[in-house]
Design a protein around this ligand. Structure first.
Ligand SMILES: Cc1cc2nc3c(=O)[nH]c(=O)nc-3n(C[C@H](O)[C@H](O)[C@H](O)COP(=O)(O)OP(=O)(O)OC[C@H]3O[C@@H](n4cnc5c(N)ncnc54)[C@H](O)[C@@H]3O)c2cc1C
Length: 392
């Protein structure tokens, strides 16, 4: 593999850096402090530049940029600390629809997502089914030529901003749990939908969403009836990414800047060996996370869905982020727990922020334990874990 950025990547990087440099300086802190890792003004500005569909073929109105250029876009936004989760979630739904959607969904829903007209969120988890997501109990029942949805979802991140939820529902309770699920695109302004905020330790706002006799037409169904698990597998392959690598890049950059700045006594933290050791470890983990990301980019460029590679990258990068934030708090000392951007907190408060937030990255898109199980069983071919006996 050639690690040198191509001319196209370099040109795109310059364009992106210029765009980011022109954003109001407080954008990053404001978006993080809002708890909603999506900024409508950034999203619309990206839409104007055609970046929401930058990866899509020119025939579909896109810019035909290759996966390496798209990796550059993700890295530059991460370096600047500008979260674009609204777009990332919406695009993963668009990519899933491209593979499993109907003609109508490909011709109407995908362009609406890629123009920024509609925003998606993911409705898989429920109060009693997170890791075991196939145990979902939210029901979709046939009603004439449509469906009626009743139930509750938990952690529906972005539901308070999104127009639609990509919702996993039970359509058949009489078959093994994985076989009785169907996926739907449900408009969040439909009568019977309620969104309630949930604020997390990591500072992110997510939501509990409630569905009471919500009617959707059959055209809202994605994939076959009772074929929702297959749709989920495609969507999860797009979701499991070394996403935490972006947060790690941002944290390492900010921590290095902090370590170089002399304190009141004229001594820079970088002069302390434990600070240098901590930064070197974090930087090495960052480099490994990036390499895992490049490997996924390479697979994507070959039209391969990166199933277990995504689990490896997600597991490593989220745990590396947690390690880095935790050891930075240790080397900074008590001040490492000072919070708030634009205050006296070291590294502008990003160390404290990531100390809380990094933990959450090991939970969503499948916890670390679940990723380890996938790697053990599907990547290494080890025997399936035995269910624990009730008496154990
Ligand atoms: C901030 C945040 C945002 C989120 N956003 C979304 C979203 O947008 N959409 C969405 O659908 N979901 C979302 N989630 C939900 C997330 O995917 C789940 O929290 C996650 O899958 C874990 O499920 P759970 O919380 O029910 O925990 P549980 O599944 O109850 O797990 C509890 C503990 O048991 C462990 N465990 C469970 N099963 C096993 C097993 N088989 N082997 C070993 N250990 C196991 C877990 O690792 C965990 O440590 C979000 C979660 C958070 C925290």
């Amino acid at each position: 593999m050639d690690f040198e950025p191509s001319d196209a990547q370099l040109r795109f990087r310059t364009e992106i850096r210029q765009f980011l440099a022109e954003l109001p300086p407080a954008t990053s802190a404001a978006v993080h402090d809002s708890g909603t890792l999506h900024s409508w003004s950034v999203h619309r500005a990206m839409a104007e530049r055609g970046w929401l569909k930058a990866a899509w073929p020119v025939e579909q109105g896109g810019q035909g940029r290759d996966p390496f250029e798209m990796a550059t876009l993700n890295e530059e936004f991460a370096r600047a600390g500008i979260p674009i989760e609204g777009w990332l979630i919406s695009e993963l739904v668009a990519k899933t629809l491209q593979i499993v959607g109907t003609e109508q969904q490909r011709h109407e829903v995908i362009p609406a997502i890629l123009s920024g007209e509609i925003l998606m969120c993911l409705g898989y988890s429920e109060p009693d089914s997170g890791s075991d997501v196939a145990a979902a109990r939210t029901r979709a029942t046939r009603d004439g030529d449509g469906w009626v949805i009743d139930g509750q979802k938990m952690f529906t991140t972005m539901a308070h901003e999104a127009s639609h939820v990509f919702l996993l529902a039970r359509t058949n309770p009489d078959v093994p749990k994985h076989r009785g699920l169907t996926m739907f695109l449900v408009p969040l302004d439909a009568p019977g939908v309620e969104v309630r905020p949930v604020h997390t330790l990591g500072g992110e706002r997510t939501n509990a969403t409630f569905y009471e006799r919500v009617r959707v037409p059959d055209s809202a169904r994605v994939g076959e009836v009772d074929g929702g698990w297959d749709v989920m597998m495609v969507a999860l392959a797009f979701e499991r990414q070394p996403a935490a690598a972006g947060h790690l890049l941002h944290l390492v950059d900010r921590a290095i800047a902090w370590a170089r700045r002399p304190d009141a006594g004229g001594r820079a933290p970088i002069e302390r060996p434990e600070v240098r050791a901590c930064l070197a470890r974090a930087y090495t983990d960052l480099e490994v996370s990036r390499l895992m990301g490049y490997r996924m980019t390479w697979l994507t460029a070959r039209d391969v869905l990166p199933h277990t590679q995504g689990s490896l990258a997600k597991l490593f990068s989220s745990e590396a982020l947690m390690r880095a934030a935790s050891s930075l708090v240790d080397v900074v000392g008590a001040d490492g727990l000072l919070a708030g951007h634009g205050t006296e907190a070291p590294a502008d408060g990003w160390i404290e922020h990531e100390f809380r937030h990094s933990v959450v990255t090991t939970i969503y898109a499948g916890t670390s334990e679940i990723q380890r199980g996938i790697i053990a069983e599907r990547h290494l071919g080890l025997p399936r874990a035995q269910a624990r006996r009730a008496s154990a």
